[in-house]
Write a protein of this length. Structure first.
Length: 213
């Protein structure tokens, strides 16, 4: 099932490591393992196309393709973002929008369409921003998951973020603030009931509630 993820945190907060792990999982192209996000095509839109991290990921997926896997990894400038409807729905596509929060309104509206209707074209989307409240509201409201890292906002911002997803924000803010200061990250899963222990997680697999107990 397609997902829509927003990732927010300052530079050197672990956003890149988290995304790389999400894309590559524990799968070594030669030695088995699993990728966490199974898709046919990964498409990245960024302001800077020569970041070393994207070269690592490209080499990883190029090697999988050489082994016969039906998969591709492509990098484009943010000026080349097509309409979400232009993608082939018979192929599962993951689109990553990297640090484009300061781009013009027209570009943000195009990205927002991926979050509001991209699932109809079998597209999962990831929007990466240094500050949570710089992410356009339409994108935030259509996210299925939110990943909060250190520096996503001030303490008042963090309180606002958490209060959107739980009625226990008064008690959780200091816990979450302490965790992200230690370079952990918190995932809010908006597809789950607020009473579900896995609706708020430390990383992807650990319930925040289990950390508190």
């Amino acid at each position: 099932m397609p997902f829509q993820l927003i990732v927010s945190g300052s530079s050197d907060s672990g956003k890149t490591t988290m995304i790389m792990n999400l894309l590559m999982g524990d799968k070594n192209a030669k030695d088995g393992g699993e990728r966490y996000v199974l898709c046919n095509d990964i498409v990245l839109f960024d302001r800077y196309l020569d970041k070393p991290k994207w070269g690592i990921i490209k080499d990883f997926f190029d090697e999988l393709a050489q082994e016969g896997k039906d998969i591709s990894f492509k990098v484009y400038s943010y000026t080349e973002i097509p309409n979400a409807q232009d993608f082939d729905p018979s192929r599962a596509t993951l689109v990553v929008f990297e640090d484009l929060m300061n781009m013009p309104k027209k570009i943000q509206e195009c990205i927002a369409d991926y979050f509001s209707s991209g699932r109809h074209s079998n597209i999962s989307s990831i929007y990466v921003s240094q500050k949570y409240f710089l992410i356009p509201k339409t994108i935030r409201e259509n996210a299925t998951h939110t990943s909060i890292h250190r520096g996503a906002g001030s303490l008042p911002d963090l309180k606002r973020i958490i209060s959107q997803y739980t009625e226990d924000s008064k008690y959780l803010v200091p816990v979450i603030d302490d965790l992200i200061r230690k370079r952990e990250f918190i995932v809010f899963d908006h597809r789950r009931s607020r009473t579900d222990p896995l609706s708020i997680r430390v990383h992807w697999d650990t319930s925040l509630r289990s950390i508190q107990n």
